[in-house]
Design a protein around this ligand. Structure first.
Ligand code: NAD
Length: 377
């Protein structure tokens, strides 16, 4: 069983799908591990560290030759995988709902080449799979980093400070979307001393917000405010709800210094939460960080990969937030992959055997065809 880790090729992608720790653990399972030279450089891991953990370090072609399992953070280009075994697994974040070369077209090419593509972002949200969930592990650090990015762009302090020359007031920070990233954003902002409030469409988050010491801002007395659908994810809300939410947010946002938005709905564009007119009501010097910018954006005028200014307010739209903390996010991503493969490892076959609901959820291609019902539907 040959497990291969390739060097990420996508622009701005600094993460790597294995660490010396996971290489060692795969070795202990009985696998041979090969890693493409330079794969860990941007995550502060030298080739020599992988070699010391038992991996063979080589160029792409030699690494991929005879591969049974190819691990990536993002999906590797199909034409760079010549030499892998027919039926080899590709395990990575495969952006299944994305259009074009780094989305659906790439998945079709994996199918055509006979690879079995496994999309880690389709990992079901069940207790057993929590340690395999890349969305959680990466979002957690994204939420943290979003607050640091906001602090770096904000020309003022976060905590209240009483000095001999007078008092500096605490920054008011509002988190919209309280999933994994939002919860970590609240906790981080609280640690930095901001006055934090937060909102979500899922009623269950109210208690979580309050337990972190933040103020919950919620739409009340509107039908269907539960907002929670399959797998604990948000659902698209009614027009009545959206209008009530816009009104509530309008009043609140004008008093905020920092807003962090994280709202996503699986398989759909991100919901629009902040309009240009609402931005115009904020104080000059305020900062908005849109963590959903690559899924269409929660904030009108946000641009992926840029910091733009509207009405004196900075709108931060960094791409690939997890990559901005590549050493830590790589370590967690690598453990998610190891936890997944090792949970299905069959000692006699010296290979993972994937035959349950997790396999059905994450398998995109098999036998030359797309097989995942979320892509077929
Ligand atoms: P997500 O990234 O899909 O969305 C971020 C947040 O945005 C969510 O809380 C969502 O409710 C919210 N949102 C969507 N539309 C909104 C709108 N119009 N206005 C305001 N907020 C809006 O969410 P996530 O971080 O993946 O977490 C979703 C849920 O899944 C959470 O309850 C989380 O605890 C749970 N979860 C479970 C597991 C597991 O059991 N394995 C793993 C991870 C997360």
């Amino acid at each position: 069983m040959k497990i291969v880790i390739v060097r990420e090729q996508a622009d701005g992608e600094r993460r790597v799908a294995a660490t010396p720790e996971t290489v060692r653990k795969f070795g202990a399972l009985g696998a041979d591990v090969a890693i493409e030279a330079g794969a860990g450089l941007h995550a502060s891991i030298a080739d020599a560290d992988y070699a010391a953990a038992g991996a063979t370090v080589a160029d792409r072609a030699a690494t991929v030759a005879n591969a049974d399992i190819i691990l990536g953070v993002q999906g590797p280009a199909p034409d760079s995988l010549a030499g892998a075994k027919p039926g080899a697994w590709i395990v990575a974040a495969l952006n299944p709902f994305g259009a074009g070369d780094n989305g659906r077209a790439r998945i079709d090419a994996y199918a055509a080449a006979g690879f079995e593509a496994l999309a880690m972002e389709f990992m079901p949200r069940i207790t057993r799979a929590q340690s395999m969930d890349i969305l959680s592990s990466q979002s957690n650090l994204s939420g943290y980093k979003a607050v640091l990015d906001a602090a770096a762009e904000y020309g003022r302090a976060f905590p209240m400070m009483m000095t001999a020359a007078g008092t500096v007031s605490a920054a008011k920070l509002f988190v919209m979307g309280v999933g994994v990233a939002g919860l970590q954003a609240i906790a981080t902002a609280r640690r930095l001393g901001a006055q934090v409030s937060a909102t979500d469409v899922r009623a269950a988050t109210k208690e979580q917000i309050e337990s972190l010491g933040a103020k919950a801002i919620f739409v009340e007395k509107v039908a269907g405010i539960e907002g929670e659908g399959a797998g604990g994810y948000a659902t698209e809300m009614s027009d009545e709800y959206k209008a009530a939410q816009a009104e509530l947010v309008s009043g609140h946002i004008a008093r905020q210094d920092i807003v962090i938005t994280t709202a996503l709905i699986p398989g759909r564009p991100a919901p629009r939460l902040i309009s240009d007119a609402q931005i115009a009501t904020m104080k000059p010097g305020s900062v908005i960080v849109d963590l959903a910018v690559e899924q269409g954006g929660n904030v009108e005028g946000a641009v992926a990969g840029e910091i733009v200014e509207r009405h004196g307010v900075k709108i931060v739209g960094h791409r690939n937030m997890p990559s901005r903390l590549a050493a830590d996010t790589s370590a967690l991503f690598a453990r998610n992959l190891y936890n997944f493969l090792s949970a299905f490892w069959d000692k006699d076959k010296n290979a993972p055997v994937l035959d349950d609901e997790i396999g059905t959820a994450i398998r995109l291609t098999q036998g030359g065809k797309i097989v995942n019902e979320r892509l077929l539907g």
